[in-house]
Design a binder for this molecule. Sequence first.
Ligand code: S3P
Length: 447
Amino acid sequence: MRRELHPSKNFGGTITVPGDKSIAHRAALLSVLAESDITILKFPRCDDCHISLKAVEHLGVNVTRSGNELVLSPPESLAVSDDTILNCGNSATTARLLSGIVAGLDVTATLSGDESLSKRPMQRIIDPLSEMGAEFFSENGHLPVRISGGKLFPFDYQLPVPSAQVKSALLLAGLASSSGVTLRETIVTRDHTERMIETLGRGVSVRDVKAVAVPDPVDPRKKKMKMPEPFRREITLSSQAKIVGGIVDVPGDISTATFFMVGAAVSGKNITIVDVGLNPTRTAILDHLRAAGCSVVVSDKRTVSGELRGTVKIEGGELKPRKIHGETTASLIDEIPAIAVMAAFTEGTTVIRDAAELRLKESDRLETITENLKLMGVKCGVLEDGLAIEGGKELAGADFRSYGDHRIAMAFSIASLFLVGPSSIDDASVVRISCPEFYDILKKVTA
Ligand code: S3P
């Protein structure tokens, strides 16, 4: 569905955004392993979360829905036969986390996905889950993947790529098969799985490794900071870990809110987002906006269902370009399309490095961002692992392509508000993957 987009002089207001996709997926998937009901409040209506819900229903979980409140009742026994096919649609989170669950259960099932998901790498979970003892059959590490699970070996692993999906797949495999798992992260990724296991059950502990001051070998009168161990976080799941059940109240999705925050940053106006998730592994966007020259005020902070949430007010200011690299890139991984749009309206050159993972998302985001930025008249170069964006001049409306990627569609729909002349996006309906309400919220903030 092609959508016409128009520049807007107005921007701002107070909004809420739909529930956090990462948290909702986990709450739905954990119901397979729960001893009693999991009630989910503010479950988002997006396609990705719906597909996780359908998958657990397929496995025998009973879902009772009343508006956006769900009660998931675990099955007496799993409804899996060797020819069970669990469709993961477009959702890599469903595919990777569910692979972990199936690997740890005494069942055989096949996971499939749509064309885009079938191109995304699964080897990153196949390798460690196979080492744990599960059997995988796939062609070149892509979906469809047939998994024969069972009792797994205790597992000790340092994550080679910073990926919360891989980490979660391994924790869920351990949980499903009652085997201990120790994981080490050199870059800390979103920790919703760890938090949710503690909220709905027990058995996970987290140890952060902090840099310590040691004498500088060059000049021993001075001190320098050194990591005492070669990782930042160690996560231990006990073989006794379990999911009892309980309530998960889902906060607003900060990755969706980012598009509207960038709208405020570029317009110089302000937006308030109420009841949005503020898990510290997800708030790098607030630091980025602050460092780029925006005012960021966080209020009404509280922890609900093990997750911090609150109200965020962003006011745009004189924007400055930044270099984003290393751990910062990893912690902004879903926000880069919106940040790239912001860079297009920022005087100077924004450089994003260490972002090769973006090539493995719903589209090759380094390429799809660049293609769309060029259509607006931005000078932009694709690097092997990043982007260089020279922004700041008056930019023209364009006929954007979404490339089937929800975050690309949302990023360039926000860009269109600040361009000279009309724009369009070829397939706006793709926003349904994470935020079907996107254009309603956009209408509200530009009214
Ligand atoms: C997610 C983890 C990230 C993120 C994705 C959601 C999750 O993926 O990009 O949108 O819910 O665990 P990776 O684990 O591939 O980094």
